[in-house]
Ligand binder design. Structure first.
Ligand SMILES: Nc1ncnc2c1ncn2[C@@H]1O[C@H](COP(=O)(O)OP(=O)(O)OP(=O)(O)O)[C@@H](O)[C@H]1O
Ligand SMILES: [Mg+2]
Length: 224
């Protein structure tokens, strides 16, 4: 289970104090898909960053599979992220100086669980699943936006994380390509029993998720 309890985050800024998150609590079972919805500035990215351990909330706790991630040391947290979490961001996911297969290999080589041959097999399998086998030696600048996001997704799940965090992964894609990507994400995540938490503005995507949390000005106004 992934759970947040009374998460708050305040940013001091030139315009005064911003209550980016106020007392957010929720939980989602392992293997489920959770969407975070809400208009621009409502706190979606802040919440995802706190869930993924990229930012520390001012109050409250976040538990991922029984571990209070913000109670971990910096080193323990980065090991936990490397082993159990995958990230897909809105832009700039791929390392521009590495080929498609080198990008996917990157988290696998950090974790040192698989040998070279196993890594190559895993990459080939993932590229097949995202239907981009022919691009294995392409460089990121040679890809379309949708192709980049499919590769970013393949890389994010390459090490079989327990949890995938995706911040508006379809925001710069057309509706059809975006829907296809999310369907694929949900399908493959179920196959691997990976919990997905993603933020989106897209009503079609919200319908596909097991649960949706709606944010407004940092507050949770509904879940369904
Ligand atoms: N580092 C920061 N310093 C100051 N204020 C911040 C910072 N990061 C975010 N904020 C503010 O916190 C609020 C929530 O921002 P957040 O990025 O979480 O919103 P969002 O829902 O992801 O928006 P969008 O849909 O535009 O991506 C906004 O008012 C934003 O301006
Ligand atoms: Mg955002």
């Amino acid at each position: 289970m992934i759970g947040a309890e009374n998460i708050s985050k305040i940013y001091p800024s030139g315009r005064g104090v911003v209550n980016a998150l106020s007392n957010i609590s929720f939980s989602t079972p392992e293997g489920a898909t959770l969407a975070i919805a809400g208009k621009s500035g409502s706190g979606k990215t802040t919440l995802l960053n706190c869930l993924g351990g990229l930012e520390r909330p001012d109050t409250g706790s976040i538990s991922c599979f029984g571990i209070d991630i913000h109670a971990l040391s910096k080193k323990q947290l980065s090991l936990f992220q490397r082993q159990h979490m995958g990230f897909v961001f809105q832009f700039g996911n791929l390392l521009s100086f590495l080929s498609v297969s080198e990008n996917i290999a990157f988290p696998l080589s950090l974790n040192k669980v698989l040998n070279k041959k196993e890594i190559n097999n895993r990459i080939a399998g993932l590229l097949e699943k995202v239907e981009l086998s022919e691009l294995s030696s392409a460089m990121p600048f040679e890809l379309s936006g949708g192709e980049m996001q499919r590769i970013a997704f393949a890389r994010a799940i390459a090490h079989s994380p327990k949890m995938l965090i995706a911040d508006e992964p379809t925001a710069n894609l057309d509706t059809e390509t975006g829907n296809k990507l999310v369907k694929l994400m949900f399908f493959l995540a179920k196959e691997e029993n990976c919990t997905i938490v993603l933020s989106t503005h897209d009503r079609d995507l919200i319908k596909l998720a097991d649960k949706t949390i709606y944010l407004l000005d940092g507050r949770k106004i509904a879940d369904e």
